[in-house]
Design a binder for this molecule. Structure first.
Ligand code: FES
Ligand code: FES
Length: 161
C-alpha cells in the first residue's frame, strides 16, 4: 500500500522549500530525514530537554513535539542558518567557544538558539534571567556555569556592536 503523504511548503533557513510528509511526522523528523539538517537532535522526545529546538516564525519550538503539518507556510530556522552571510560566527557562537560552554556539544544547538532568542528580547539579562530562559534546555555534561558566562559575554559583544 502506498503510504499517505501530504505536501508541505515552508521557508527553511531563508529558502522556500517543499516536500511530502507523512501526516504524523514531526518537524524534527522532517528536518533530519528529508533535509539532512542534523543540528537539532532528539534526546527525550517529550519536550523536556530542548535539544530539538528550532525557530518557527521567530519563536522557539520543540521539534520533537511539533507536527510538520503545522509548519505549512511558516518560516523555520535551524542552527544551520548562518547569521552572517560570510559564514563568520555570530556573537553567541563565538562566546560559547571562548567560554568553553560545551563538552560533547549535543545540547549546544538548542542552547545557542535559545540564547539568541533571549538576547533578541533582552539585551542585558541578569544571570537569573539567563537561567530562567534556558531552563527548558538540559546539558548532561553540566556546562551550565560556562553557558551563563557565554550568554553574558555575547550580550556584551552585541551591545558593543
Ligand atoms: S528531544 Fe525534543 S525536547 Fe527533548
Ligand atoms: S555539552 Fe554535552 S550535553 Fe551539553
Amino acid at each position: 500500500m502506498t503510504p499517505v503523504t501530504h505536501p508541505l511548503h515552508f521557508t527553511l533557513n531563508g529558502e522556500r522549500v517543499c516536500t511530502a510528509i507523512a501526516p504524523h511526522e514531526t518537524l524534527l523528523e522532517t528536518l533530519r530525514n528529508r533535509f539532512e539538517l542534523f543540528g537539532a537532535r532528539e534526546s527525550c522526545g517529550q519536550g523536556l530537554c530542548g535539544s530539538c529546538t528550532v525557530m518557527v516564525d521567530g519563536q522557539p519550538v520543540s521539534g520533537c513535539l511539533s507536527l510538520s503539518l503545522s509548519a505549512e507556510g511558516c518560516e523555520v530556522t535551524t542552527i544551520e542558518h548562518e547569521v552572517h552571510p560570510d559564514g563568520k560566527l555570530d556573537a553567541v557562537q563565538q562566546a560559547f567557544i571562548e567560554c568553553g560552554a560545551f563538552q560533547c556539544g549535543f545540547c549546544t544547538p538548542g542552547f545557542i538558539l535559545m540564547s539568541r532568542d533571549l538576547l533578541s528580547r533582552n539585551p542585558n539579562p541578569s544571570d537569573e534571567e539567563i537561567r530562567e530562559h534556558l531552563s527548558g534546555n538540559l546539558c548532561r555534561c553540566g556546562a551550565y556555569p560556562e553557558i551563563v558566562r557565554a550568554v553574558q559575554q555575547a550580550a556584551v559583544m552585541l551591545r558593543q556592536g
